[in-house]
Write a protein that binds this ligand. Structure first.
Ligand SMILES: Nc1nc2c(ncn2[C@@H]2O[C@H](COP(=O)(O)OP(=O)(O)O)[C@@H](O)[C@H]2O)c(=O)[nH]1
Ligand SMILES: [Mg+2]
Length: 183
C-alpha cells in the first residue's frame, strides 16, 4: 500500500477534508505496529518502551486518500501529572479540530488484558464527543482462545458486541480492518 508520513503534529493539525482513521489506546498496546501491518511497511515507529509517541502522527494512504492517525498512548506508569494534562489537552484539541473528518476511532485493547479503567474512560469520552468508534483486540498471538473469549464476554457486558481480532506479529485482521475502513 502506498503510504506517506505527513508529520508529527502538536496542533494545528492538517485541515484538508480527507477522512481520518484514528488509532487510540494505552501506550504499548500495539498502535504503531498495527499501522505498520496495515500498510505493509515499517513506517510508524514502534517501541518496547511505553510512552514514546508524544505527538499525533499522520500517515496518508495515497490510494484511498485517507489519513491514518496514530495518537499518543495513555496510561503509562511513569507519566507525571503535567504530562497527563498535556496529553489530554493535545487529544482534546485534535478531536475538536478534526472531528468532522474522523471516520472512525479504533480503540485498541490487548487481547490478554481486555478493557482497563482508562479504556472505559476513553470510551465514555468518545461517546460524549459523538465520535464513531470500534474496538480492536491486539496481540491475539499471545492469548489463548479461552482468554480471548473472556475478554469478549467482558466487552459484551459493556454493550461492545463486535471486536476485530488482530495480531501485527502474525498478520491477522488486516482484511477486516481494511473492509471496515472502506465501508
Ligand atoms: N506478540 C506481539 N507483540 C506485539 C504485537 N504488536 C505489537 N507488539 C509489541 O508490543 C510493543 C509495543 O508496540 P507498539 O506498536 O510500539 O505500541 P504503541 O505504543 O501502542 O504504538 C512492541 O514491543 C511490539 O513489538 C503483536 O501483534 N504481537
Ligand atoms: Mg506508538
Amino acid at each position: 500500500m502506498k503510504v506517506k508520513f505527513m508529520g508529527s503534529f502538536f496542533g494545528p493539525f492538517p485541515q484538508d477534508d480527507k477522512k481520518q482513521v484514528v488509532f487510540a489506546g494505552r501506550s504499548n498496546v500495539g498502535k504503531s505496529s498495527l499501522i505498520n501491518m496495515l500498510v505493509g511497511k515499517n513506517i510508524a515507529r514502534t517501541s518496547k518502551e511505553p510512552g514514546r509517541t508524544k505527538a499525533v502522527n499522520f500517515y496518508l494512504l495515497e490510494d484511498y486518500n485517507i489519513y491514518l492517525v496514530d495518537l499518543p498512548g495513555y496510561g503509562f506508569a511513569k507519566a507525571s501529572k503535567t504530562e497527563r494534562e498535556k496529553w489530554r489537552e493535545l487529544i482534546e484539541n485534535y478531536f475538536r479540530s478534526c472531528w468532522e473528518n474522523i471516520r472512525v476511532v479504533f480503540l485498541l485493547l490487548d487481547s490478554l488484558v481486555g478493557p482497563t479503567e482508562l479504556d472505559l474512560q476513553a470510551i465514555r469520552w468518545f461517546e460524549d464527543l459523538r465520535l464513531p468508534y470500534a474496538v480492536i483486540l491486539t496481540k491475539c498471538d499471545r492469548a489463548t482462545q479461552k482468554e480471548i473469549n473472556e475478554v469478549k464476554r467482558k466487552l459484551k457486558t459493556l454493550s461492545l458486541d463486535h471486536a476485530i481480532l488482530t495480531s501485527s506479529k502474525e498478520g491477522i485482521g488486516k482484511k477486516e480492518i481494511i473492509k471496515y475502513v472502506l465501508s
